[in-house]
Design a protein around this ligand. Structure first.
Ligand code: SF4
Ligand code: SF4
Length: 179
């Protein structure tokens, strides 16, 4: 296993709903085949139909390998985050890249813990979606002071994760739209 593969197996953030809400299929991707392989591909009914499936990805295994690796969509085959690119190009050492990944995973764990404390246990949804839903729930009123404090902590944790993601992981082309 090369250093890049080791880095991704220590990470998995571009598959587990931490960095992205969904994977969009591209030219050459076989939606039917991916569906048959267990990926919940849906096609939008817009004038330009878009096929995509939600993250966390159903093909992501516990050891962070991809169950459909040989058939993974174009987005998965072409995406390389900033940390990965920097390490591959020798701009940073792989040990430094691993430290960034570890830090990001700790931030993700913080967000997940706080979401659970606020009653959201939907681990099969992306972090962004879970946060937005929790935010709507909190803003609709009725939260006690302790929940309001936890939500404030969650908002800071999400912001900290986003800053790290935009600085180290997304490239301009793949950064999600601000919500
Ligand atoms: S976010 Fe980067 S380091 Fe992590 S799995 Fe994806 S490409 Fe690899
Ligand atoms: S298909 Fe594989 S590479 Fe693509 S998001 Fe799912 S687990 Fe990751």
């Amino acid at each position: 296993m090369n250093a890049g593969e080791q880095l991704c197996l220590a990470c998995g953030l571009c598959c587990d709903g931490s960095l992205f809400d969904h994977v969009q299929l591209g030219p050459g991707d076989d939606a039917k085949k991916l569906k048959a392989l267990g990926l919940p591909v849906v096609v939008s009914r817009s004038s330009t139909p878009v096929a995509r499936f939600r993250q966390p990805c159903a093909a992501l295994c516990a050891d962070r390998t991809c169950r459909v690796y040989a058939d993974r969509p174009l987005q998965c085959r072409t995406f390389e985050c900033g940390v990965f690119k920097d390490a591959q190009a020798g701009r940073i050492k792989f040990s430094a890249a691993l430290r960034v990944v570890k830090r990001a995973r700790q931030r993700v764990d913080d967000v997940r813990r706080l979401l659970r404390e606020l009653g959201d246990t939907e681990e099969h949804r992306s972090l962004n979606e879970r946060f937005r839903r929790t935010q709507r729930r909190m803003e609709s009123g009725g939260a006690d002071a302790a929940a309001a404090d936890t939500f404030a902590e969650l908002s800071v944790a999400v912001h900290t994760l986003n800053v790290l993601a935009f600085r180290k992981f997304y490239t301009k082309a793949d950064a999600p739209e601000p919500t």
